[in-house]
Design a protein around this ligand. Structure first.
Ligand code: G3H
Ligand code: 13P
Ligand code: ZN
Length: 322
C-alpha cells in the first residue's frame, strides 16, 4: 500500500487499546531497522522526520528512503510525519513534499497564538489530504533549537484541551504528562534510587491524562519524549569509553498503560540513538582493525531492529495490527 495518513491507524489503535510507534529517522540504517521490525511483526508504524533530520540528511533523501521502505514492506501501513514543525512554511514544505502527517508545535507560544498558527496549518494540510498533530503543554528536554530546562516544563491544562481541539481542527494532540525529550529525562533530585543505585523517576501524571480523555472522548492523544533509556545500553556506552551518568527514561510499563488508553502515538528517538551508539562503541572496542562502515553499521542497524521489535511487542502492543 502507498504511504498512509494516521487517521485510520489511530482509530484502530484507540479502539484496540494499543499505540502506534513514531520513530525518528535520519539515515538509511535507521529507516531499514525500524521498518524491517514493523514488517516482520505486521505492525503499523510512523516514520518521523525532525527539522534537524531534514537539515542533516536532506528532505528528498529522507522521503526517497521512506518510499523505498514502503515498497519493501507493502503489507503494513506506514505514515511519514514531520516532527516538531515550528513554522507554517516548514509544515507547508513537508505537505507539498510528500509527507502524510505534520506536527505544528506552537506549544511554547501563548494559547491564542498556538491556536491561530495551528489552525492555519490545519487548513492548508486538510486541503491537501494531510493530517495535523498539535501540542498543548511543554515538555522538558531538548528538541531541535528549543531547550526547556527541568522545572520550566508545564503539564497540559485539561480545561484547555476541548477548546483547543475544537477551534484548531487538529487531528491529534500531544500532551505533557511528565515525559521529556532526550536521555536525561529527570534530575537526580526528582528521583529516588533503587538498591542498585539506578535512578527511579517520578510516575507519569495519569490524572492529567484521564482528565484530557474525559474532555476529548474518542480523540487520539500523543506522547512525546517516551524513550525508556534502557540501562543495559547505558552500561555498554559507559563501559566502552562513553560518559552518560544518570541517563534515565520513562518506565516501559507506564507507557504500556498509556497505550491501552487514548494514547495512540508514542514517540521514540533517544532509545534508537542509544542502541546504535552502544553497539558501535562496543564494535569499535572489539574490532580495532576494522574500518569498513558496513561492518559496524550492520550490527547497529540490527540493534535498531531489535529495540523497535521490543517496543512494538512490549510497549506499544501494535504487533499483528497492520
Ligand atoms: O523531539 C526531538 C527528536 O528527538 C528529534 O531530535 O531535533 O535532534 O532531530 P532532533
Ligand atoms: P525521546 O527523546 O524520549 O526519544 O523522544 C522523542 C520525541 O519525542 C520525538 O518527537
Ligand atoms: Zn518530541
Amino acid at each position: 500500500m502507498p504511504l498512509v495518513t494516521t487517521k485510520e491507524m489511530f482509530a484502530k489503535a484507540y479502539n484496540g487499546g494499543y499505540a502506534v510507534g513514531a520513530f525518528n529517522v535520519n539515515n538509511m540504517e535507521i529507516v531499514q531497522g525500524i521498518t524491517e521490525a514493523a514488517g516482520e511483526l505486521n505492525s503499523p508504524v510512523i516514520l518521523q522526520v525532525s527539522k534537524g533530520a531534514r537539515a542533516y540528511a536532506n528532505h528528498t533523501y529522507l522521503v526517497k528512503l521512506v518510499e523505498a521502505a514502503v515498497i519493501e514492506n507493502p503489507q503494513i501501513p506506514i505514515a511519514l510525519h514531520l516532527d516538531h514543525g515550528d513554522t507554517f512554511e516548514l509544515c507547508k514544505s513537508c505537505i507539498d513534499g510528500g509527507f502524510t502527517s505534520v506536527m505544528i508545535d506552537a506549544s511554547s507560544k501563548p494559547f491564542e497564538e498556538n491556536i491561530a498558527l495551528t489552525r492555519k496549518v490545519v487548513e492548508y494540510a486538510h486541503d491537501h489530504g494531510v493530517v495535523v498533530e498539535a501540542e498543548l503543554g511543554t515538555l522538558a528536554g531538548v528538541e531541535d533549537e528549543v531547550a526547556v530546562e527541568h522545572g520550566h516544563e508545564s503539564y497540559t491544562r485539561p480545561e484547555e484541551v476541548e477548546e483547543f481541539v475544537t477551534r484548531t481542527g487538529c487531528d491529534s494532540l500531544a500532551i505533557a504528562i511528565g515525559t521529556s525529550h532526550g536521555a536525561y529525562k529527570f534530575k537526580a533530585s526528582q528521583c529516588t534510587r533503587n538498591a542498585d543505585g539506578i535512578l527511579v523517576p517520578p510516575p507519569l501524571r495519569f490524572d492529567v491524562l484521564h482528565e484530557c480523555i474525559k474532555r476529548l472522548p474518542g480523540f487520539p492523544i500523543v506522547l512525546h519524549g517516551s524513550s525508556s533509556v534502557p540501562q543495559e545500553f547505558v552500561k555498554i556506552v559507559n563501559q566502552y569509553g562513553g560518559n552518560m551518568p544518570d541517563a534515565i527514561g520513562i518506565p516501559e510499563e507506564q507507557l504500556r498503560e498509556a497505550a491501552k488508553l487514548a494514547v495512540c502515538k508514542i514517540n521514540i528517538d533517544s532509545d534508537i540513538r542509544l542502541a546504535m551508539t552502544a553497539t558501535i562503541r562496543k564494535y569499535f572496542a572489539e574490532h580495532p582493525d576494522h574500518f569498513d562502515p558496513r561492518q559496524y553499521l550492520k550490527p547497529a542497524r540490527q540493534a535498531v531492529k531489535d529495540i523497535v521489535a521490543h517496543k512494538i511487542v512490549y510497549v506499544l502492543g501494535s504487533d499483528g495490527k497492520a
